[in-house]
Design a protein around this ligand. Structure first.
Ligand SMILES: Cc1ncc(C[n+]2csc(CCOP(=O)(O)OP(=O)(O)O)c2C)c(N)n1
Length: 622
């Protein structure tokens, strides 16, 4: 019987001897590698915290104590140890385990995460809640050095320290975000402080103090008396002590004995504590250790070689088309710069970064800063393109509205992963952007139906003197030929197919679904007009009104929540024009959060694919 088989609930780990824990650690790693090699997932981050997870489960009582995993992409060992090993093969599949902690999935998941830097804030709320309820169990927030680049992390730490909460923060420092971590704090954390270096620094510091005329000697003797605090003063402890946190570390996050001993000690303290551990991303799987960026989030791969398993030839992605197009535009216009919030690979900006290192900015996981930084650049006549996933841009709503839009600053938001993203689930789907942007005065919102349109729209956006949101989906590009091709013009859509029985109004990726539906409907004797809106704002309501007058059965189709999206815009526009005689159905995501699973399975389940469009069209025209 394997050690893992003996563990069906968190407390079962305590029956295993300390000597056996390294064996448990390798069993868990084997299990994670096996499942992620088939289902894809966040491998490197999860492998990096296997030992920490074991130590936490060994020391704390998960029936009462809570662990909040920041981002939550590293929670696989937590899932395995908290009674979900038997379901672990279903990781990230529809109906299976989520790739992130989820309150509704298990009582051992303290908080639902996916977006970064929230663990200390959430943990502080839990610590306060426990205090109010006179409960003295523990709350532990585990945050990575990458996630420590997000502002809300400091808002949380500031609060925890200020309020003197009984709360443990564990900083999991692996020197990596998805890519190499960036920023001043990252450099500060990664200073390697050898004993020799500390000794030299200490004596130099002493000499310096003595040299201060008059008071030098006194300060020197005072400083000497408190030599114990010297190490804290020059190590990362200095930063955290300033937040009124008791700092411990840095310690090796793969040494189970040390981890267990220190956690046992820390557990007895009833004050704000920060334990700094250093870990290796991808620990225990050579390919992930060597290439942590590739193995941060990965599709199915061959365990032996580490190579991705390809399912047939793939077309290029929108991300890659964007990445190439911005390089071409930037070659012609030296004012164009690109900004990412810790996702140079994911947003396709690596070619830009290589070609124009001085015009490329990775600001860390700091979407709010990315947007306001872009606003600042725009006031200097620079043309910033901020590439952020739809879901993460939600963070920067006020910055878009207040810092960019009020003065109509020419900032381009390249919004990747608009729509359903698939296996990462509800925390990551980009299903809200039309609605959260459409209400902002003066903001232009566009979305391309295919690769060529994306290139044209990017060029158009950068040449426009005002803020533009350009939203495109995850995945392979479409290639759609319109019957009457036309250039991108402000607020103008295009008729892709002209028909007479029903009008389909789509935008972005849903134009492809409508094309499939168009062909099926044609075979069934229903002739559809397909209108590609191109602009969500300003919407081409003149053209739509004209089309509605000829074809009163209308379906709007969007990969976005229907509240406040394309369909709403069409209805509002027609109402404003006092056009009432039409029969309109909106296809989109109803008032719900979309679960995780393969994107096409989800489109089917939520009724936003070609089949659903055909069914609705037939119902309306029969
Ligand atoms: C608000 C937000 N922006 C971007 C991301 C994408 N993202 C997921 S993990 C990650 C890096 C996290 O680094 P770190 O906290 O150091 O954890 P590690 O993966 O190194 O263990 C990023 C940028 C996110 N989850 N949330």
């Amino acid at each position: 019987m394997s050690l893992l088989e003996k563990i069906n609930k968190p407390s079962d780990i305590k029956k295993i001897s300390r000597e056996e824990l390294p064996e448990l650690s390798s069993e868990i790693r084997g299990r994670i590698i096996d499942v992620v090699s088939k289902n894809g997932g966040h491998l490197g981050s999860s492998l990096g915290v296997v030992d920490l997870t074991i130590a936490l489960f060994y020391v704390f009582d998960l029936e009462n104590d809570k662990i909040v995993w920041d981002v939550g992409h590293q929670s696989y060992a937590h899932k395995i140890l908290s009674g979900r090993n038997d379901k672990f093969d279903t990781l990230r599949t529809k109906g299976g385990l989520s790739g992130f902690p989820k309150i509704s999935e298990s009582k051992y998941d303290a908080f639902t995460t996916g977006h970064s830097s929230t663990s200390v804030s959430a943990g502080s709320g839990m610590s306060c809640g426990k205090r109010i309820r006179n409960e003295n169990s523990k709350v532990i927030s585990v945050i990575g050095d990458g996630s420590l680049t997000g502002g809300i992390a400091y808002e949380g730490l500031n609060y925890v320290g200020g309020a003197g909460l009984d709360h443990i923060t564990i900083l999991n420092d692996n020197d990596m975000s998805i890519s190499q971590n960036v920023g001043a704090i990252s450099s500060f954390l990664s200073r390697k402080l050898s004993a020799n270096y500390l000794q030299t620094l200490k004596s130099q510091f002493g000499e310096f103090l003595k040299s201060i005329p008059g008071i030098g000697e006194d300060i020197y003797h005072f400083a000497k008396r408190s030599e114990g605090s010297f190490k804290t003063f020059v190590t990362p402890g200095m930063l955290f002590e300033a937040f009124n946190l008791d700092y411990f570390g840095p310690i090796d996050g793969h040494n189970l004995d040390h981890l267990i001993d220190i956690l046992n000690n820390i557990k007895e303290l009833n004050e704000p504590v920060l334990l700094h551990i250093t870990t290796v991303k991808g620990k225990g799987y050579i390919h992930a250790e060597k290439n942590p960026t590739n193995f941060h989030g990965i599709g199915p791969f061959d365990i032996k070689s580490g190579d991705p398993i390809k399912n047939g030839e793939k077309k290029e992605s929108y991300t890659s088309i964007f990445g190439k197009a911005i390089v071409e535009i930037a070659k012609k216009d030296e004012k164009v710069v690109a900004i990412t919030a810790a996702m140079p690979e994911g947003t396709g900006l690596l070619p830009f970064a290589e070609k124009f290192p001085d015009r490329f900015f990775d600001v860390g996981i700091a979407e709010q800063h990315a947007v306001t930084f872009a606003a600042g650049l725009a006031t200097e006549g620079i043309k910033p393109v901020v590439a952020i996933y739809s879901t993460f841009l939600q963070r920067a709503y006020d910055q878009i509205l207040h810092d960019v839009a009020i003065e109509s600053l020419p900032v381009v938001f390249a919004i990747d992963r608009g729509g359903i993203v698939g296996e990462d689930g509800p925390t990551h789907h980009g299903l809200f952007d039309f609605s959260y942007l459409r209400n902002i005065p003066g903001l232009t919102i566009m979305t391309p139906k295919d690769a060529d349109e994306l290139k044209d729209m990017l060029e158009f956006s950068i040449s426009h003197n005002g803020p533009v949101a350009l939203r495109y989906p995850r995945g392979e590009v479409a290639n759609i030929k319109s019957e009457n091709p036309s250039k991108i013009a402000m607020g103008k859509g295009e008729i892709v197919r002209q028909g007479s029985d029903i009008l389909l109004i789509a935008a972005g990726r849903t134009v492809s679904e409508c094309m499939i539906a168009y062909d099926i409907l044609k075979e069934k004797g229903v002739s559809a007009t397909l209108f590609n809106a191109r602009f969500i704002k300003p919407l081409d309501i003149e053209k739509i009104a004209e089309l509605v007058k000829n074809t009163e059965n209308v379906i709007t189709v969007e990969e976005q929540v229907i509240a406040g999206g394309l369909g709403s815009a069409v209805l509002e526009g027609l109402n404003d024009k006092k056009i009432n005689s039409f029969n309109l159905e909106r296809i989109g995501i109803k008032d719900t959060f979309v679960k995780h699973g393969a994107a096409n399975e989800l489109r089917k389940e939520y009724g936003i694919d070609a089949e659903a469009i055909v069914a609705k069209a037939l119902e309306m025209t029969s």
